[in-house]
Design a protein around this ligand. Structure first.
Ligand code: ADP
Ligand code: ASP
Ligand code: MG
Length: 407
């Protein structure tokens, strides 16, 4: 008898029929004798619908009220699935995050899980029941409802799997695994049987929304056996592996991209100690996350400084930088919120030279101008104009032969 955590995403519970199909699948697994905890997202589009409604009430609602609102989508699906299971004669109970007691910090809309009380879950499982838990939400020490950031149901599932020491955590979604890149952008993308935990972490943090990054971090920390599979078709999906040995001998495992980038530049900054801090300090104080940072070498005792932020923070960051420009007596501030970041990821990069030059050559041949570059041990990221996103991803996919199965 295995203890399994199954998570179903928005598309998988997007209609009454789909919820019934999930109930069938869960019942089958339960009938085989396994103990099952199900974690659900809201119906697809529901969280966006709720956010749009909130904006009609107030331009900037408080994050606390946002969480009270957007956590409701998951409460609907867990109740409906539990009813569908009852209808099939399968014993089940649904719980909100607060009812389980998924304790989080109080960072509304991006809370972190601190502790999960497994008592209720274990009691129900021991009684032979299926447990259905609302994803994406928790409760803070004061009893406030919190949410875990977009895509957060993945993290709920992995955290519950870790707390219960589950045998496996299955993330059921609308694709049948992790692909070499988003199959919506490159139809020739290939499903990977395995991906290393490190690579998955990079892919998620560089924009592949197939798994929320925190779920991957959690899985790594607690060694959760994690698999991404399709809700709609049979198959083994993609297993996230923790061994350091390469499962596939490819140099590059995947291409990730992020459409939500914006960049800001301040030029003619006096080149003195403390300048980077003076530029980024106010940005950090405003709780704006900075991603890539480039400072040019000065040739006239001034320097240029460029960094990227999430597009939603662009206007705020621009206003802060204008102020810094005036304070520092710098030349000017420019910005661009029509850029994207494209990254290649692979543990094979560690032991092979020439990957960066292949990447740059490929982009040059397509006439794509690279605006910024960042590298780490297992990834190379470039910033390009958003109109080149699809072209860049497909050209790199072909250049690194990601459509071909590696030996
Ligand atoms: P869910 O609602 O089930 O959580 P998501 O939309 O969050 O589903 O994640 C699944 C989507 O992730 C896919 O439909 C796909 O377009 C996208 N995606 C991005 N990168 C990848 C990748 N490398 N492999 C598979 N899917 C990816
Ligand atoms: N419903 C939430 C969202 O759309 C959480 C999730 O689906 O994982 O982001
Ligand atoms: Mg998701």
């Amino acid at each position: 008898m295995a203890l399994l955590v199954y998570k179903f995403g928005g598309t998988s519970v997007g209609s009454a029929e789909r919820i019934k199909a999930v109930a069938d699948k869960v019942k089958k697994a339960h009938d085989m004798g396994d103990q099952i905890v199900v974690v659900l997202s809201a119906m697809s589009g529901e969280t966006n619908r709720l956010i749009a409604l909130a904006k009609q009430m107030q331009a900037q609602p408080t994050e606390r009220e946002m969480d009270v609102l957007i956590s409701t989508g998951e409460q609907v699906t867990v109740a409906l699935l539990t009813m569908a299971l009852h209808d099939l004669g399968c014993e089940a109970s649904s719980y909100t995050g607060a009812q389980v007691k998924i304790l989080t910090d109080s960072s509304f809309t991006k809370a972190r899980i601190r502790k999960i009380d497994d008592a209720k879950l274990r009691k129900d499982l021991d009684a032979g029941k299926v447990v259905v838990v609302a994803g994406f939400q928790g409760v803070d020490e004061l009893g406030n409802i919190t949410t875990l950031g977009r895509g957060g149901s993945d993290t709920t599932a992995v955290a519950i799997a870790a707390a219960l020491k589950a045998d496996e955590c299955h993330i059921y979604t609308d694709v049948d695994g992790v692909y070499t890149t988003d199959p919506r952008v490159e139809p020739k993308a290939r499903r990977l049987d395995h991906i290393t935990f490190e690579e998955m972490l990079e892919m998620a943090s560089l924009g592949s929304k197939v798994l929320q990054i925190r779920s991957v971090e959690f899985a790594g920390k607690y060694n959760v056996a994690l698999r991404v599979l399709s809700s709609f078709k049979e198959g083994n999906g993609t297993l996230i592996t923790y061994e350091d040995t390469q499962m596939e001998s490819a140099l590059i495992s995947g291409i990730a991209f992020n459409r939500d980038e914006a960049k800001l530049t301040i030029t003619g900054v006096p080149d003195l100690p403390g300048v980077a801090f003076k530029i980024l300090g106010p940005i950090a104080d405003a709780n704006i996350e900075v991603d890539m940072i480039v400072q040019n070498i000065a040739d006239d005792a001034t320097t240029d400084f460029t960094f990227t932020v999430d597009r939603k923070d662009y206007q705020r960051a621009l206003a802060l930088l204008e102020q810094t420009c005036a304070d520092l007596g710098a030349r000017k501030v420019t910005g661009d919120n029509t850029i994207v970041k494209v990254s290649i990821v692979g543990v094979g990069m560690r032991s092979h030279a020439g990957i960066a030059s292949t990447m740059f050559k490929t982009l040059a041949e397509e006439g794509i101008n690279i605006r910024m570059i960042a590298t780490s041990e297992i990834k190379i990221s470039v910033v390009v104009d958003e109109k080149y996103l699809e072209l860049a991803v497909r050209a790199l996919h072909a250049a690194f032969e990601l459509d071909k199965i590696s030996a």
